[in-house]
Design a protein around this ligand. Structure first.
Ligand code: PLP
Length: 457
């Protein structure tokens, strides 16, 4: 077989890829037909593909490349750590300097008493860990019957059996991820799709109060925790009404239910605060972290837990849980360098004070487009609802998502990665994006919307 390199013709790379590589969340038949887009390089907010096309990545990879592509400092941090100590585990009373330094740093950055981290290599694993932590915590407090976790339909918490069960993605549940016992779902706070005649504020309260109703139905002595993304990402950048999270917090406090904020997307500056929980004004007992922790340069995730939880687990003795790569030294070194850059370059403040408001202003100009019914953003997470009738928040006739897919295809052709969730278009660009790049993003989005619209006439 010839050496497989960037110089191989795209068609040959695509054929090998389709023959041997099973892709996540991909239709294998479509892949075999059209071939994968092969990305060869990236710098700042721009990808280059194997045909030499330059594409602006308005999704930060998969919502993770917060500091942008091509940062040599992270490469150097990884290389230094690989030379010094490429691996050692954190099981059985051992530790190493990168994981000690990272844990102390995360404790400094995280709100409240979230001073303790259990590491994994992904958001999915971290949410699986959360199931273990929550159940062990309540059992250790003498309340072993408190096991049920309440999550939300259309939430996303990963692809493992635990993460997929906590998630509320029906297409996943129907494909071999039956919801594991002890997890139940309530409705999401998605006003545009489900709000009917209610105002967003009324709807936010109604949806939050489903949590109370569910706790009362199950019995508060049986309910362990509620989990939610501060802003649902994979579900379509669902920005909840302002009334939603304060009411969820009140209910969790009232019934002694742990609140888990899944910060895998919202964490590390995405919403203009270090964590989405701060933007939404909530006080979680546990936060799930991953993605922006290392800006995606290397896999790492974790569960940040409160003093109360950590002390309870400690008092209970051995916690029989762990991953070979929990606190991997190279991942920890990269995460530390990533956090240093986020802090020293004031990227979180930049999202809050500068590029977040600028994106909001430019993004809102799309609202005059005949296809766009809603154009909202928080920090650097943006969403557009495509609709054939704005006043009634109407849905397109035909298969849901067909128009969104068409728009995504036009975006690619116009040099922009914008994702679609059904007929909703979403963005989450790197936090280093400039004003000029935001202008280009919005211009390309408008051109793609125009072409999508023309195709519908
Ligand atoms: N939680 C949230 C909110 C996510 O968006 C994701 C991934 O997109 C996950 C968990 C799962 O993370 P991973 O893909 O690293 O397992």
């Amino acid at each position: 077989m010839p050496a497989i390199t960037n110089h191989m013709p795209t068609k040959e790379l695509q054929a090998l890829d389709a023959a041997h590589h099973i892709h996540p969340f991909t239709d294998a038949n479509e892949l075999a037909e059209s071939g994968a887009r092969i990305i060869t390089r990236a710098e700042g907010v721009t990808l280059t593909d194997s045909e030499g096309n330059q594409i602006m990545d308005a999704m930060s990879g998969l919502w993770c490349v917060n500091i942008g592509y091509g940062r040599q400092e992270l490469v150097d941090a990884a290389a230094r750590q690989m030379q010094e100590l490429p691996f050692y585990n954190t099981f059985f009373m051992t530790s190493h300097v990168p994981v000690i330094a990272l844990s102390a740093k995360l404790a400094e950055l995280a709100p409240g008493t979230l001073n303790h981290v259990f590491y994994s290599s992904s958001g999915s694993e971290a949410n699986d860990t959360n199931i273990r932590i929550v159940r062990h915590y309540w059992a250790s407090k003498g309340k072993p019957e408190k096991t049920v976790m309440i999550a939300r339909k259309n939430g996303y918490h990963g692809s493992t059996l635990g993460g997929g069960s906590l998630g509320g993605m029906a297409p996943m549940h129907s494909q071999g991820v039956p919801v594991i016992p002890g997890i139940v779902h309530i409705d999401q706070p998605h006003w545009w799709n489900e709000g009917g005649d209610m105002t967003p504020e009324e709807f936010g309260l109604e949806r939050a109060r489903q949590l109370e109703a569910k706790i009362l139905e199950l019995g508060e002595d049986n309910v362990a925790a509620f989990i939610g993304e501060p802003i649902q990402g994979a579900g379509g950048v669902v920005i909840p009404p302002s009334t939603y999270w304060p009411e969820i917090q009140r209910i969790c406090d009232k019934y002694e239910i742990l609140l888990i904020a899944d910060e895998v997307i919202c964490g590390f500056g995405r919403t203009g605060s270090w964590f989405g929980s701060q933007t939404m004004g909530i006080r979680p007992d546990i936060m799930t972290i991953a993605k922006g922790l290392t800006s995606g340069y290397i896999p790492m995730g974790g569960s940040l837990v409160s003093d109360e939880i950590a002390n309870t687990l400690a008092a209970a003795g051995d916690f029989n849980h762990g991953y070979t790569y929990s606190g991997h030294p190279v991942a920890a070194a990269v995460a530390l360098e990533n956090l240093r850059i986020l802090q020293e370059e004031k990227l979180v403040e930049r999202v809050h004070d500068d590029v977040g408001p600028y994106l909001a202003k430019q993004w809102a100009t799309l609202l005059d487009h005949p296809l766009v019914g809603e154009a909202n953003s928080v920090g650097l997470m943006g969403t557009l609802a495509l609709t054939p009738g704005k006043a009634k928040r109407a849905k397109f006739a035909g298969k849901e998502g067909a128009v969104g897919l068409r728009c995504r295809t036009r975006c690619f052709a116009n040099g922009l990665v914008m994702r679609h969730v059904g007929d909703r278009m979403i963005i989450a660009p790197p936090l280093v994006i400039t004003h000029a790049e935001i202008d280009t993003l919005v211009e390309r989005a408008r051109k793609s919307l125009d072409e999508t619209y023309e195709g519908l006439l």
